[in-house]
Design a protein around this ligand. Structure first.
Ligand SMILES: [Zn+2]
Ligand SMILES: [Zn+2]
Length: 164
């Protein structure tokens, strides 16, 4: 169970029942059956509806806890404008079988990171509910690009540190 959701822009706590936008990084293992297991997950960005409304017209300050990828920043503004009715498609390729950044193939048994943006609701019980139809893929990133761009942080033993 996650703690109360804080907005990375205005720092206020998202109230129960309130919507917010979340960018998730999901590290998965490609399997032939297609039910790719999630091995690590974190939220790289959480923004409340008031700041999302500002982001539709202006750039907002983001106090990110982990370095954001340029594509995550761009994806956030794209998604905010989309909620305001903009219909421009997302500019990057998000195919499942190759890395968005270096185009190398993601094969069976490979770990990769999926970056998604979605609308979520803070639940009274302390959990969150993802609005399934809101989920948009921003990128599929191979493990070597994930290391290069510090998508995950590692301890001295090579294990991923949970930062979220
Ligand atoms: Zn906010
Ligand atoms: Zn790559």
């Amino acid at each position: 169970m996650r703690e109360r959701i804080g907005c990375f822009s205005c720092n206020r706590t998202v109230d129960w029942g309130e919507y917010f936008i979340c960018i998730s990084r999901l590290r998965r293992i490609r399997s032939e059956q297609g039910d790719d297991e999630i091995v690590n997950a974190m939220a790289s960005l959480q923004v409340c509806i008031y700041c999302v409304a500002r982001a539709q017209f202006d750039s907002i300050t983001i106090h990110n806890e982990v370095p954001l990828l340029e594509l995550e920043k761009a994806g956030f503004y794209w998604f905010a404008r989309r909620l305001a009715g903009n219909t421009e498609p997302w500019a990057l390729s998000t195919g499942e079988h190759s890395c968005t950044l270096c185009r190398s193939a993601i094969k069976e048994g490979d770990c990769y990171t999926q970056i998604e943006i979605s609308e979520e609701v803070a639940k009274h019980e302390g959990g969150i509910e993802v609005i399934p139809e809101s989920i948009s893929k921003l990128a599929t990133i191979c493990d070597s690009c994930a290391k290069k761009y510090m998508v995950w942080w590692y301890d001295t033993y090579g294990n991923i540190i949970d930062v979220a």
